[in-house]
Write a protein that binds this ligand. Structure first.
Ligand code: PNS
Length: 161
């Protein structure tokens, strides 16, 4: 059985993330979407909220589960006996950072491979921070956020929490 992990901050999960998760779920037997800390980012939503948003957005995908971990991705992979990290690559600007992470993770654990999926064209420009900005000003985020979580994300951001 091939188990792969889709890691990220998911603050919140967007349609761009969901596209990658759905496509990864067609390639691998089992996908774990794991919410991790990115020390470079201050997050808006709690880990529990982010996991709940992902669960609700992926509930129709049979082989996807959701988890969180406070530590190194490679340690999580070892614990779960997962060998592949799946990440979405948007524009060229993502490349250097993602490549650095892939090389570092492989150095820390040579059994871990990173597979990049190109982001679908319609989500090329999409990011959680852009979506949060639009939602906080009450803009239309229907093209960007999964339907199952759209209202709750917008409500939460409108409150200014
Ligand atoms: O969605 P993001 O913020 O681009 O995801 C980055 C994330 C959370 C996957 C990355 O920061 C990460 O793996 N954090 C866990 C700590 C870790 O393993 N750091 C070393 C990676 S080089």
């Amino acid at each position: 059985m091939t188990r792969a992990v889709v890691p990220g901050s998911f603050d919140p999960v967007t349609k761009g993330h969901l596209d990658i998760i759905e496509r990864a779920a067609r390639i691998f037997d089992e996908i774990i979407v794991v919410v991790l800390q990115n020390p470079a980012k201050h997050t808006t939503f709690t880990v529990e909220e982010r996991m709940d948003f992902i669960r609700r957005s992926t509930k129709n995908i049979r082989n996807v589960s959701v988890d969180s971990f406070d530590g190194l991705l490679v340690d999580y992979m070892r614990r779960k006996e997962a060998g592949v990290v799946v990440k979405g690559l948007r524009a060229v600007s993502d490349f250097e950072y993602e490549y650095q992470m892939a090389l570092t993770n492989h150095k820390l654990n040579p059994d871990v491979e990173t597979l990049f999926l190109n982001t679908s064209q319609e989500y090329m420009f999409l990011s959680s921070s852009i979506v949060k900005q639009i939602a906080s000003f009450d803009g239309d985020v229907s093209d960007f956020l999964p339907e199952q979580i759209r209202d709750d994300v917008q409500k939460r951001l409108r409150k200014g929490n």
